[in-house]
Design a protein around this ligand. Sequence first.
Ligand SMILES: *[C@@H]1O[C@H](CO)[C@@H](O)[C@H](O)[C@H]1NC(C)=O
Ligand SMILES: *[C@@H]1O[C@H](CO)[C@@H](O)[C@H](O)[C@H]1NC(C)=O
Ligand SMILES: *[C@@H]1O[C@H](CO)[C@@H](O)[C@H](O)[C@H]1NC(C)=O
Ligand SMILES: *[C@@H]1O[C@H](CO)[C@@H](O)[C@H](O)[C@H]1NC(C)=O
Length: 430
Amino acid sequence: MICQLVCLLFISTASPVLSAVPQTVYGDLLANVLNPNTYLKTAMPICNHGEKLHVGQDMILYQLYDLEEPTQMLTVDVWVESTWRDCRLTWDPAAYHNVTSFAVKATEIWHPDLVFFESLHGNFAEALGVLGQSTARVRYDGMVELGSQMLINTFCRVDLRLYPFDKQRCNITFASWSKDNRTFVLRKKVDSGTGADHAFKAASNGAWLVEGFPAFNKIVQRKVGLNESAEPAWFTEVTFQLRLRRKPLYHQAYMVFPCALLTWLALLVYLLPAESGEKIGYVTTLLLSLVVFLLMLADNIPRSGDCVPILGQYFVMCVLLVALANVSTVLSYSLSLRSDEFSPPKLLLACLSLAGLCGLQFRCDGGWRLFTFSRRQLMPSRNGGAKQLSNSDKWRLLGIVCDRFCLLVYGVLCTALTIWIAGFSNETED
Ligand SMILES: *[C@@H]1O[C@H](CO)[C@@H](O)[C@H](O)[C@H]1NC(C)=O
Ligand SMILES: *[C@@H]1O[C@H](CO)[C@@H](O)[C@H](O)[C@H]1NC(C)=O
Ligand SMILES: *[C@@H]1O[C@H](CO)[C@@H](O)[C@H](O)[C@H]1NC(C)=O
Ligand SMILES: *[C@@H]1O[C@H](CO)[C@@H](O)[C@H](O)[C@H]1NC(C)=O
């Protein structure tokens, strides 16, 4: 009897000790709110018939990684967040130790099946489940915030017509894969896409400047699945548009400037006297170095067959100009060094006197010597001045006139080309 009493006493005192498992303040809250008997996480949180679920989508650009032109792949580091109200996840904080919110794995609660269409992730599930793996914050009035930081690879059609002075716009479109606008409305969060400018500067990388990241609401009609005869439905979408401007300094310093320098250097060939015998060697060397330079550059330029970008057009024109200088040098060279036996044809002599008459270069007798030679020598006057000139002198003068004329034309073309390319640089700076 005593033994039984003692045993009873022992059991009655021991059992409270055994059952004293520490209780967290969240324990009964989570057990009540996420009770598997009442909370079905596959059911969409629409508590009244005919209502729609409103989901707000937000995205903040954290860092721009890369935009690869050949593959048209954009890589950005972003923070995404979706918010909605789940009418089942509500409680009275006073009844639960004043707990107003808790965090829970997204897989434990219902969450929307959001996808972004331009995804280039390796597999479909990865793009689909981006949000599903993260942690959601639940507030006592039922508001759920599901956010995550992620590195996303998206497709971005790059327009290279103005390369390297181009701007690009890349869309990242979020939508529900399966729910149309009868039950589900996806909207941008009211203040999304209005990030401050300093944030964009920080998010830019060495090659690109981020100009903005606005968001747009859209509603589009598409079919669910691939059944052609199925009735199309309306889907709400949120598009985030990444606005980028290329920083052209790299291209200006290492591509445009040396190219312009070589082109301008070719101008000097017209000032070399034919007797020096260096003219052709000089201009051919320039042409060769330009071509070798272009071969080296070809690796750094995005390969695109859609169009010839500005930079490509500029290079082609530079090569053409220097080739032109080459051709005209050969011509004037062959004029200058004709032998005495041939007299210049009438037509060329007419050119000579025409150039003299126009006073194109010969007017300033006492001026700069480079542009001067005696006008009297050139003008075949009635009192036989021209007859004093030997044939080879005439050829030589013809060569000089040809050179001066080419100098003028080449200078104009070169200036025009330089102004053209410099115009683009200015455009992008403001
Ligand atoms: C909850 O907050 C109310 C008001 O702030 C306070 O009176 C009450 O004691 C708190 N309850 C608990 C369990 O902390
Ligand atoms: C990107 O989104 C904007 C805004 O909705 C739209 O006007 C534009 O056509 C889209 N661009 C592409 C390439 O889809
Ligand atoms: C869905 O969107 C379409 C197009 O805007 C609209 O005509 C239709 O009424 C919407 N459906 C519902 C249920 O709101
Ligand atoms: C496509 O949709 C139509 C209409 O909803 C349906 O009758 C047909 O069976 C579907 N076809 C397939 C292959 O599912």
